[in-house]
Design a protein around this ligand. Structure first.
Ligand code: PRP
Length: 180
């Protein structure tokens, strides 16, 4: 059976409320500065769009793209840059905006890559932490939700490119009939 979005794990209302809190926290921690929020493509684009509107101050934005090298169908754990920032971040206060931390390999790579450019500060904001799956320790400054080890779709999360446009986060489920 084709997997489809099933049980709602994080509703639109819950997303809105928690993102408002995260935006306020980021605002407090960067008072008097203009931080640069760096969205990680593709998954974080919806979160990024809502988060920046919840930060009660001037911000600048940029995006970075990363991908894991695959060995067959499995991720090898090696991460590479597919699209770089559009501007230098030296001396800037940077917040990486990521949709999910799973093994932690992507964020570890991103933090190392951006630290090498000498930002004034580098913090990490993630919408969803799948902590059970962690392979490498990585410090997170702002966490929206901690979820169990289930495959999620919606609100930026995809399965084979689909379902990013759902307004909530749902579990991908295989039981139930296929749509006709
Ligand atoms: C997801 C997510 C993170 C990464 C986290 O990206 O957006 O970048 O995996 O996994 P990790 O902690 O195990 O490294 P994905 O490869 O699904 O790409 P996408 O954002 O374009 O959907």
């Amino acid at each position: 059976m084709t997997p489809r979005p099933g049980r709602v794990l994080i509703s639109e209302t819950e997303l809105r409320a928690r993102i408002a809190e995260l935006g306020a926290e980021i605002g407090r921690d960067h008072a008097g500065e203009v931080p640069v929020l760096v969205g990680v493509l593709q998954g974080a684009f919806l979160f990024m769009a809502d988060l920046i509107r919840a930060v009660p101050m001037d911000v600048t934005t940029d995006f970075i793209g990363v991908a894991s090298y695959s060995v067959g169908t499995r991720s090898s754990g090696q991460v590479r840059l597919t699209s770089d920032l559009s501007m230098p971040i030296e001396g800037r206060r940077v917040v990486i905006v990521e949709d999910i931390v799973d093994t932690g390999l992507t964020l570890t790579y991103l933090k190392r890559t951006l630290e090498a450019r000498h930002p004034a500060t580098l913090r990490v904001c993630v919408l969803v932490d799948k902590i059970e799956r962690r392979k490498v320790e990585v410090a997170l400054d702002y966490v929206g939700f901690t979820i169990p080890n289930v495959f999620v779709v919606g609100y930026g999360f995809d399965h084979q490119g689909l379902y990013r446009n759902l307004p909530h986060v749902a579990a991908l489920e295989t039981d139930g009939p296929d749509p006709v």
